[in-house]
Design a protein around this ligand. Structure first.
Ligand code: THU
Length: 160
């Protein structure tokens, strides 16, 4: 019999009114960042807001390009901006908000590359980064750690 490795994965679903005020403020910042996204090709506008240990918030949004793969997701724009301006300052949470005009039922969870980017910072700081996600269905999803989004991760440990 093969050895079987397991990892418990769960997400929590909240109504806006149930979320703590600090997380809700972060989500509002992600929401307003999504309005400034440069997404003329997909029209899928995403905003991300990172909360630093100090409580300071750094935002980003998706930046598209006529040469499609050149563009970057909102999460990585926010994470890289936060890390470049506040090196080694731990990230407590990241909120992600997506919208597409004329489409009421948008959902968002980060792409694989953004999960990997989040994991890099979580490993570096050695404490969990909470991930809050919303589309336009009126629910907010919360992962208490990037581990919930990226099981069996690849990390710098593998390079040793
Ligand atoms: N996108 C993000 O910015 N974040 C996500 O979590 C999912 C996808 C962007 C990339 C691209 O500009 C557009 O949404 C459509 O994929």
């Amino acid at each position: 019999m093969p050895v079987r490795f397991t990892q418990e994965i769960f997400l929590e679903e909240y109504e806006e009114a149930e979320l703590d005020p600090q997380s809700m403020e972060l989500m509002r910042r992600a929401r307003s960042a999504s309005e400034q996204a440069y997404a003329p090709y997909s029209e899928f506008k995403v905003g991300a807001a990172v909360m630093l240990e100090s409580g300071q918030i750094v935002v980003g949004n998706n930046q598209e390009n006529a040469a499609y793969p050149t563009g970057l997701c909102a999460e990585r724009v926010a994470l890289f901006t936060a890390s470049s301006n506040h090196p080694r300052s731990p990230f407590l949470k990241i909120a992600i908000s997506a919208q597409k005009s004329g489409q009421a039922q948008v959902e968002v969870t980060p792409c694989g590359a953004c999960r990997q980017a989040m994991m890099e910072y979580q490993n570096l700081q050695n404490s969990p980064i909470e991930v809050l996600m919303e589309g336009t269905k009126g629910k907010i999803y919360r992962a208490n750690s990037v581990d919930m989004l990226l099981p069996f991760k690849f990390s710098s440990e593998s390079l040793k």
